[in-house]
Design a protein around this ligand. Structure first.
Ligand code: SF4
Ligand code: SF4
Length: 68
């Protein structure tokens, strides 16, 4: 069983600044061709919420662990 944090991106709000990608200590996040963030490696997320706290547009939210 793999546990991972639920990372939600509001694509309409994301402006592709890349701040969350740079701040993530676990390289969980990457950019789509349009620059908007996408989750590449959810399993590595530690739930630190740095991405959420640094996003100037409130476009990324980290929730509790899900199991699947
Ligand atoms: S910090 Fe926010 S606006 Fe910037 S790329 Fe990440 S989710 Fe998008
Ligand atoms: S919560 Fe932390 S580890 Fe997870 S994606 Fe955000 S910055 Fe990266």
């Amino acid at each position: 069983m793999v546990a991972s944090y639920q990372i939600s991106v509001e694509r309409e709000w994301c402006k592709g600044c890349g701040i969350c990608i740079e701040f993530c200590p676990k390289e969980v996040l990457g950019a789509n061709p349009d620059g908007k963030v996408r989750v590449l490696n959810a399993e590595a997320c530690t739930g630190c919420r740095w991405c959420e706290l640094r996003c100037p547009d409130y476009a990324i939210v980290v929730g509790g662990k899900t199991f699947g």
